[in-house]
Design a protein around this ligand. Sequence first.
Ligand code: FES
Length: 150
Amino acid sequence: MKRISFTVNGVQHRYGGDPEMPLLWYLRDLLQLTGTKYGCGAGVCGACTVHLDGVATRSCITKMGSMAGKRVVTIEGLSPHGDHPVQKAWQACDVPQCGYCQGGQIMQAASLLRQKPHPTERDIEEAMQGNICRCGTYQRIRQAIVLAAK
Ligand code: FES
């Protein structure tokens, strides 16, 4: 495969390996950016959510062969000191329980607020419905998004 260039959290990367490899493995196994989690591997749980050119994307079903020129941001790169408004709201609302899905939840919420700074309840519902939390922290997630939008 021809080597492709893209950025991860502002750092330039070049890749010439298997184009079928999921972005999730590149992030976790090669870069040790383990805040992005593996849940279902099929694009249906949201644990692996990152931003691709600013849009929430499931990294488990994003192939490395499609990454040329892309800008990837992971939970580690969302803010310099964990102080993105969504992260601050997450802390204020004490959202996580086990925490496993929360990086993906935060990335999904940050993408929503970037597109819709003042989302309606329905906007929140629609944007977040693909992010599963087995601890059932949904109510606190909604509270935190409302707080972050203030
Ligand atoms: Fe990617 Fe579940 S691990 S959506």
